[in-house]
Ligand binder design. Structure first.
Ligand SMILES: [Zn+2]
Length: 405
């Protein structure tokens, strides 16, 4: 008998996201059960057989999925988790086609700097609770709204404190090269990023990210930051071709980045380059919608070329203030033209790849962390169909029932 401290049984449709484990590209199992011990999956099989194979420890938790669909906990691989203030007024002005002076990223930078580390932890704690309600069990936390040594450090320290608290796994990314802070000259600011911040924040962030686009940094500036980061042992990410065509994709390939994110514009040959690489293309449909980008062509081209895809919320104050991954999956289908299977895989195992956590999470497999989202639905096909509805009724994170509606 296999010892377990958690059993989820009565799963009508289990989406494993491991093609070899079941039917179709998502590895579907009908009438299934999952058992876990100390947060790790120890058994997956037919629900009618679990009690003959698994011994649930005294005080262990038995969860009845009631014949509904269960998917791997969502892995949101592009998240600006920590910032202060709200830009709802600015978003409304954009919807109305009105100008909004003194808005944008630098407005959030001012409010974030004023907030300080403890307030950011408090804000982040509330946001993590909401992500949990939306079935997100692993997510990224980017800095990038401090843009000074002290404020970037406060953001990274706040993320580390939240990662320590759990229950979700939080992966920290340093995004000092987000934009140029308004009191600084670009070259001099980048000197500080490369020579002060990057060495100092080693150990506080797993990834280093930069934004290559008009209004942010050009590809030479991004190359400088990311090359320095790679020397110091950071893994790399790049925001690229979100607002205009550019050579960000080539730069990401050249530097061996883990992911390249947004890519609303592709240049000739980019999709093939990406498909031949290990780079994950992180698609952020909420942002594409907010910016009214017709990004379907590039997403379909990437999928058609066989590039590795992830689907993320791009939770941020300017262009996508939503942590609803069911919505992101739905928009990935309806706005970017992904199939429901591509979109769901992108929000789970694809997201795990974009955070280099594919051995630990993102699918239902023996030895992986037991992260599950129980849906108020019989099939995963309801996610894009019931557009925008949060179908998550319970979230199991690291083998614990972390949220229940
Ligand atoms: Zn972003």
């Amino acid at each position: 008998m296999i010892q377990a401290d958690l059993v989820v049984h009565g799963i009508g449709q289990l989406v494993t996201c491991e093609a070899a484990q079941g039917e179709g590209p998502l590895g579907l199992l009908e009438q299934a059960a999952v058992a876990a011990r100390n947060g790790q999956i120890v058994w997956v099989g037919p629900t009618g057989r679990w009690s003959r194979r698994v011994r649930l420890s005294e005080g262990g938790l038995l969860v009845d999925a009631g014949g509904r669909c269960v998917v791997p906990g969502f892995v949101d691989s592009h998240v600006h988790l920590l910032w202060a203030g709200s830009r709802a007024d600015e978003a409304a002005a954009r919807i109305r086609g009105q100008a909004f002076p003194d808005g944008g990223i630098l407005r959030t930078v001012r409010e974030t700097r004023a907030a300080g580390e403890d307030a950011l932890v408090e804000i982040g704690r509330g946001r993590l609770r909401s992500f949990l309600k939306h079935g997100v069990t692993t997510l990224e936390a980017k800095s990038g709204y401090g843009l000074s040594v002290e404020s970037e450090e406060a953001l990274l320290r706040a993320a580390a404190r939240l990662a320590e608290e759990g229950p979700q796994a939080v992966v920290s990314t340093f995004l000092g090269a987000h934009v140029v802070p308004d009191e600084r000259v670009a070259a001099e600011y980048l000197d500080e990023v490369c020579e002060v911040m990057l060495p100092r924040f080693r150990g506080l962030a797993t990834f280093c990210d930069a934004w290559s686009d008009p209004g942010a940094f050009d590809s030479d500036q991004c190359r400088r930051v990311l090359s320095r980061a790679a020397e110091l042992g950071y893994l790399l990410k790049l925001h690229a071709a979100q607002l205009a065509p550019g050579d960000g994709v080539r730069l990401a390939v050249e530097l061996g980045a883990t992911s390249v994110d947004h890519i609303h514009y592709l240049r000739e040959g980019d999709a093939r380059l990406l498909a031949l690489s290990q780079i994950v293309c992180v698609l952020c449909p909420g942002t594409a919608v907010n910016l009214r980008m017709a990004a379907e062509g590039s997403a379909r081209t990437l999928a058609g070329a066989g590039a590795r895809l992830a689907v993320a919320s791009d939770f941020n104050p300017g262009t996508s203030a939503s942590e609803n991954m069911c919505l992101s999956i739905g928009l990935a289908c309806l706005e970017l033209g992904l199939t429901p299977e591509e979109a769901l895989a992108g929000a789970t195992i694809g997201g795990a790849r974009a955070l280099r956590l594919q051995r630990r999470c993102g699918s239902v497999r023996l030895g992986k962390r037991c992260d599950l989202a129980l849906l108020e639905a019989d099939s995963y096909l309801e996610i894009p169909y019931r557009l925008g509805v949060n179908l998550v009724s319970a979230t199991i994170c690291n083998g614990q029932l972390a949220y229940s509606a």
